[in-house]
Design a protein around this ligand. Structure first.
Ligand code: ZN
Length: 347
């Protein structure tokens, strides 16, 4: 309680000066301290948001592990998994510090909108590195890039299928050949996570190209970074929540930060070659497939009709492989991703 009063005083002070010194807050944490911050954002359009951040400092020194949920605010299984984790972590058993963003995109979460923050019609996962003087989503991206990522040793961005998406749970990382040690740790953390599907993406951007995605930004900035995808359809799925919760604990254990872990998946499946098919027409989407199905190249995944029931487009598998995620609700718009089909190829 005493602590809460001092935090309130601090917020009042910093707001008066129009600045929030996050790094100073982080650097003055005491061993065994839990600090809850609501960081205020506002933009020239009149939008406001309070970004919740939780700092958990263990009683022993160790790495800084950041995890965030709700970059897509309608992806709620990750958000609930993070709520469970921040309640259960015992600081007397933690070595190092956790930086937790439980709802990274408050505008999208509270308005219950998939993909984009309706305040500025912007997708946070596409906005990195962000802009100091941009609209609210760009400001949040900029804050994460300039304040959260630099403090992090490991950066884990937790997602699920969004409102219209079916998805099988997987863990993923970038195969960045320019930072082999970081890539090896990201792979190792993926392998211990307990997820069956371990997916890598090629990393081909330059050091100055916009990274767009949160965990790609962290890779570009020289950090160990990875992502979890678990859950779908904008509902809380207990099984998806538990996979994520256990996955984070397993990663912390592998970093020698926390004692609780479960064994890796007994039958891991490695995938490294993703191909996508997208809609050329808007209409109504139909499919008999679901995420996790194996499809042959050119196999029919689904089709689109116009509003009068006439088939106007067929969607075929771009390669043989497993459907990692796919559109699974009727509305389809020109340019929408229909499916991601993933396979393993020799490098
Ligand atoms: Zn997402």
């Amino acid at each position: 309680m005493k602590y809460k009063i001092s935090l309130l005083l601090f917020l009042t002070t910093t707001l008066a000066f129009g600045q929030f010194n996050f790094t100073k807050q982080f650097n003055t944490l005491n061993a065994g301290q839990r600090l809850e911050l609501s960081i205020p954002f506002s933009d020239h359009l009149g939008n406001t948001a309070d970004l919740p951040v939780i700092l958990l400092k263990g009683t022993e020194e160790g790495p800084v592990f950041t995890f965030l949920a709700g970059v897509h605010g309608f992806e709620v299984s990750p958000i609930i998994a993070v709520q469970k984790l921040v309640q259960e972590i015992d600081l007397t058993q933690l070595k190092g510090t956790l930086i937790v963003l439980p709802i990274s995109n408050p505008g999208s979460f509270y308005n219950r909108t998939p993909y984009k923050n309706p305040q500025d019609n912007t997708n946070l996962n596409g906005a990195f590195p962000g802009k100091k003087e941009g609209s609210i989503t760009l400001k949040i991206a900029h804050f994460i890039t300039t304040n959260i990522i630099p403090l992090s040793d490991v950066f884990l961005d937790i997602h699920s299928g969004d409102a219209p998406e079916d998805l099988i749970p997987f863990v993923c990382y970038y195969n960045n050949k320019r930072q082999k040690e970081n890539t090896a740790v990201a792979k190792k953390l993926s392998e211990v996570s307990g997820f069956q599907y371990i997916v890598s993406y090629p990393y081909t951007i330059s050091d100055t190209e916009p990274a767009k995605y949160a965990f790609k930004q962290a890779v570009q900035d020289g950090k160990i970074a990875l992502s979890i995808e678990s859950g779908k359809f904008g509902v809380v799925e207990d099984e998806a929540v538990e996979l994520t919760r256990q996955g984070v604990l397993n990663m912390l254990n592998a970093m020698d930060m926390y004692p609780k872990n479960t064994s890796p998946h007994l039958n891991p499946i490695y995938l490294n070659h993703q191909r996508y098919t997208s809609a050329k027409m808007s209409g109504l989407f139909y499919s008999k497939h679901k995420a996790g199905d194996y499809v042959e190249k050119d196999e029919l995944i689904g089709y689109t009709t116009n509003a009068f029931g006439k088939t106007i487009e067929e969607h075929r598998a771009p390669q043989a492989g497993i459907i990692l995620y796919m559109l699974a609700t009727p509305a389809v718009n020109k340019g929408d991703n229909i499916a991601c089909v993933s396979a393993a190829v020799e490098e």
